[in-house]
Design a protein around this ligand. Structure first.
Ligand code: 5AD
Ligand code: SF4
Length: 481
């Protein structure tokens, strides 16, 4: 298909060396190729980016979409588009299985559309065995790249257009942070902003440090500039993203704490809400607690992954805090902000976990009373220290503990949510309700969801809502009179 034209537009002498200029040079070339293809097709070329995994990937997908739009592709709602990208996750094994499970079907889809390109990127591609398997078993894939060279997407598209066969480009580490590339925000009134990339914590079960690389913080000026531009563009809520935001700024030439970054972000005019993800309990400072407490914009929500309540397990997990530290921290946070929602991640069945260890986890859940918790079955990730630990927990035991944990977590969450029933709270209205077009859906500062009668004009606004009825995980409400 794409080889029906053979216009090698890249002029090697003129390729800029600096970024992002180099990528804009390639975007202009890609734009010309896309224009020619659309002319042959007799219709605009379409794209679809499917995101697996976390907020970090969702944000990366906005950057991919920004580039695809810049070069002339138009967004589609389904996978039978002319450029389909899977932005993959690999944190647990089932994330990988989901991608493999769908690849066969994509091969058939591609046969039907001579213009179709298929790209795979994201964390899963950083695993050496994955790229190998794709090369061997899925030859119809056109482009494979990783997390470290995502900023080179435009250049990779041009290479894909100009070469036969699969283009694979995966880097072992990141060489820089490139600013000012296009982005296509999913919502006009809220957005995520990366403040750092990678992770240096090496929790013994986790593959993230291997696929996302070493921790790198963005310069505060760049972050604040991006936030300011977004606020000027109508964004009222920003979520600051990092694998471990509490260690933000430590490696900068002029180090800055995360709390200080928040203090400055608070000054941005027009911005009304600030959220952040994820905090590591080992370095959540008292400075951060007091900045949160005194802030009018930072949302009353803290996601503080526990992983396990057993100090013995936490040591084996290389988490660098113990049960007492976590409990004391949760208490300090709740004392400073009684209305804060505490949410968490918990892994069940880490190697060596005994019934007593698991009971310790239940004990922390009962003591902290989380507003919600993501619970995961331990997944063995090749290459991590935990994968080769002895005493892997049998699946049946894991499942049984998982069910007990879930019941406990849900009971706590329901009880916490019930406490707000009948109260009035500001909510940012985000969308028309998916099930009922007469309702809109909003989010409270504490991240809880409320559905209420309303129309599209409310979207993007913060309104006072009466929480009429608590339905366990969400509320039914109405605009406060
Ligand atoms: N198995 C199960 N859960 C995991 N997580 C990370 N690695 C694994 C694994 N190997 C969970 C942790 C983390 C969340 C994003 O995913 O709870 O906080
Ligand atoms: Fe993984 Fe631990 Fe880093 Fe979180 S802090 S990304 S769990 S290694």
């Amino acid at each position: 298909m794409r080889r029906t034209f053979d216009l090698r537009l890249v002029d090697k002498r003129r390729i800029p060396e600096s970024e992002p200029e180099r990528q804009y040079y390639f975007m202009d070339i890609a734009k010309e190729y896309v224009r020619q293809l659309a002319e042959q097709k007799g219709a605009p070329l379409t794209f679809y980016v499917k995101t697996f995994g976390c907020q970090m990937n969702a944000r990366d997908s906005e950057k991919l979409r920004g580039i695809l739009e810049y070069i002339g592709y138009v967004g589609a709602d389904t996978e039978d588009a002319d450029f389909l990208i899977y932005n993959t996750c690999t944190v647990r094994e089932n994330a990988n299985n989901k991608v493999y499970g769908r690849l066969g079907g994509l091969g058939r889809l591609k046969k039907k559309n001579p213009y179709m390109l298929l790209g795979l990127c994201g964390c899963m591609m950083q695993e050496p065995s994955v790229a190998e398997r794709i090369r061997e078993s899925y030859p119809f894939v056109d482009l494979v790249f990783g997390t470290h060279n995502l900023y080179r997407f435009a250049e990779l598209i041009v290479t894909t257009f100009e070469t036969e066969g699969m283009t694979i480009d995966i880097w072992e580490a990141a060489d820089r942070i490139v600013e000012d590339l296009p982005q296509d925000r999913s919502y006009r009134f809220k957005s995520c902003v990366n403040i750092m990339f990678g992770c240096d914590n090496f929790c013994s079960y986790c593959i993230v440090p291997y696929v996302r690389g070493r921790e790198r913080s963005r310069e505060p000026e760049e972050i604040l500039r991006e936030m300011k531009e977004m606020a000027e563009d109508g964004v009222v809520e920003i979520m600051l993203l990092g694998q471990n935001v509490n260690s933000y700024g430590k490696t900068l030439e002029h180090p800055m704490t995360f709390a200080e970054l928040l203090r400055r972000a608070e000054q941005i005019e027009g911005l009304q809400r600030i959220r952040f993800m994820t905090s590591h309990p080992k370095d959540l400072s008292d400075e951060l607690i007091s900045v949160m407490r005194d802030s009018k914009k930072i949302c009353r929500h803290l996601h503080l992954p526990l992983q396990s309540g057993s100090s013995r397990m936490l040591k084996r997990m290389n988490r660098r805090y113990d049960k007492e530290h976590y409990l004391a921290l949760a208490e300090r946070i709740r004392a400073a902000m009684p209305d804060i929602a505490l949410t968490t991640d918990i892994i069940v069945g880490f190697p060596g976990e005994t019934e007593e260890d698991f009971e310790e986890t239940l004990d922390v859940v009962r003591k902290v009373r989380f507003d919600s918790a993501f619970t995961f079955l331990y997944s063995r990730r090749t290459g991590t220290p935990a994968a080769s630990m002895e005493d892997q927990v049998p699946p049946a035991v894991m499942k049984e503990r998982f069910d007990r944990l879930l019941a406990e977590v849900q009971a706590c969450a329901a009880e916490r949510a019930m406490a707000l029933q009948g109260q009035r709270r500001p909510a940012l209205i985000e969308e028309i309700n998916e099930q009922d077009g007469a309702l809109v859906t909003g989010r409270l500062s504490n991240n809880a969801v409320v559905h209420l009668p309303g129309t599209a004009e409310l979207i993007g606004k913060i309104v006072d809502v009466e929480l009429l009825e608590c339905k366990g995980f969400y509320y039914m409400g109405r605009i406060a009179r």
